[in-house]
Design a protein around this ligand. Sequence first.
Ligand SMILES: [Zn+2]
Ligand SMILES: [Zn+2]
Length: 436
Amino acid sequence: MDTAAGITGWLSGHSLEEPEEREPGSSMSSVTSYSSSGHWPRLGMDMCEEHEEKLKLYCEDDQLPICLVCGMSRDHKTHNVIPITEAFENYKDKLSIALQRVELQTEEATLFQGQTNEKILLIKERAGDLEEMVTAEFGRLREFLLEEEERIKGKLQMQKEEKLNQLEDALTDTTEQISQMESIADELRLKLTEEENPEQLKGIKDFIGGAESLFERPPEVGVDLQSGDFLGPLQYRIWRKMSSILQPAVTAVTLDPYTAYPCLWVSPCRTSVQVGKIQPNLPNNPERFTLYNIVLGDEAFSSGRHYWEVEVGSKTAWGLGVATASVNRKEEISLCPEDGFWTLVMRDNSDGTSEYEACTDSEDSLIYPSKPPSRVGVYLDHGCGDVGFYDAENMSHLFTFYNAKFKEPVFPYFNPWPIINGRNREPLTIVTPHWG
Ligand SMILES: [Zn+2]
Ligand SMILES: [Zn+2]
């Protein structure tokens, strides 16, 4: 009650004090209505109410038009008072400058509004595209599962029908035999009921003999269905089989020893690399890295999607990713996209903590995995220019470089990092599960 009443009271009181001749909308009204000063010139008139003189001056301190007499009064003695014409000039200039500023800002805001609307559309479009791709990937898996389900159910159906056919045959056969035996039984009964006469005994032995062991059992049909063929560890069997349709499947990447830094020892099966003593008499061939502990995969990818996994175990430093075919292998480089490398690096800080850094061209690209991955999955989509990293144990996403515009083939990149204070000797090992 109080607040509302208070406002109403103030409004009514205020309006009582306003001069009746007020002209709302006149150029002076906005100034006058905000002033708390008691003595107003009559609004809309150019005469001073108090002195009945023309309002020829303007007091800048009070923001009021005044007359010459007012201008000499004690009230305005110390104020900045200027001719009213000058005030009009001044404020017209200032008003137009203010207007220009507002117009400029409005233009900027409108531009921003347009850009924001475009972004909204773009986000929706991209999310839509991604959703479609996700749907397609799941669709393929579902399709595979449905096909497998149908295949196994079909197999079960065939086994069932085979058994049922055999049993059907046995039933038909048996029914036939029963009716035969019934007619034999009828004949036997007839013989029994006949009056005894010597005629009966003619060939009686053969007749009785013919009625012995008449029933020929049809072959036995077992009721067991080979459930092991259909069930067993069904989900695991199907899940394993599913690996055959994975796109991308886990690629069996191997290392190219001809690219290896002379301290790197590549295992005979070319799936593992570790730092050791420098190997003498190695040719300084163009493919070889001679400054950094780098070895590349021996197959370059120039299209499509690829995924491989590398065991990093408890190494305290490593680098993984991809490098373009034309990277500089002899001189100092940044190992960043600008030099043809898209890599993730793990380094041990001196305080025992580890640091994971995506080597982007910008500074802040540290990442914080919830736990240190002991196996890392590297994903390459050459067409889209995506290079992603995953914790290959739980397949959680670590980092992805997007939109690298690959203009040439890229190689898998491996950097087992130097041995530091006797640590980090473990190898980097490419791991390819064989599920098929
Ligand atoms: Zn006056
Ligand atoms: Zn004044």
